[in-house]
Design a protein. Structure first.
Length: 205
């Protein structure tokens, strides 16, 4: 069975390609695959930065999955929390590349990343019936404050790229065609900065 998360390596940069058509739904299988890829990254000694991007040019990821029976929702949320906590606790920096729509659990994955870049046409938020997990809410509150968090989650409003940048939901905004180039450039800069710091520390010993 084909994975819904595809791991690509560009030198010391790991790119996690979200590939769960048609809308990159964050369902149970998607989360299981995410865990497996995180295992591979944590066990690797040559990965310095992680980039999360979608293979769908219009959608980063979404949280709604109408096919999940009510009895399985608890299991899915439990696994989602675990994945979000693991991304938060990673020893390497992470960057989410938000093209198009990021809603619910899909947005939460980006929220717990260290950095977020998005296209000018991106839309981010929670529908009124898609409340964030504890991990997602904590990350969202740290980024935009408690009042804006309540507004975004209670009213179910989606914000577009420019507004997301203004309120601090994302770090940078780029044209859609430049997103991956900018993300890889940012990852490379982070890696080189870490290497320079390490060399400096070694030189001082």
């Amino acid at each position: 069975m084909k994975r819904t998360i595809i791991l690509e390596k560009h030198g010391r940069i790991a790119v996690l390609c979200l590939a769960n058509p048609p809308i990159n739904c964050v369902n149970y299988r998607f989360l299981q695959d995410f865990e497996q890829v995180l295992d591979e990254i944590e066990q690797s000694e040559d990965i310095e930065v992680m980039v999360i991007a979608s293979m769908n040019p219009k959608i980063f990821a979404t949280g709604r999955d109408e096919r999940v029976p009510a009895c399985r929702l608890f299991d899915k949320e439990k696994l989602l929390n675990k994945v979000l906590e693991r991304i938060t606790a990673l020893s390497i920096p992470s960057i989410s590349v938000i093209n198009g729509t990021a809603i619910g659990a899909g947005l939460e994955i980006a929220l717990v990343s260290d950095l977020r870049i998005a296209s000018e046409f991106s839309k981010l938020g929670f529908y009124s019936d898609l409340h964030p997990t504890a991990s997602g809410k904590k990350a969202l509150t740290e980024l935009i404050g408690p009042a804006k968090t309540k507004e975004l989650t209670w009213l179910g409003q989606l914000v577009e790229g420019q507004e997301a940048l203004r309120i601090g939901l994302i770090n940078r905004l780029y044209p859609e065609s430049h997103l991956m180039t900018e993300a890889l450039g940012m990852a490379l800069s982070i890696f080189q900065s870490k290497r320079n710091v390490t060399n400096l520390e070694l030189g001082q010993q």
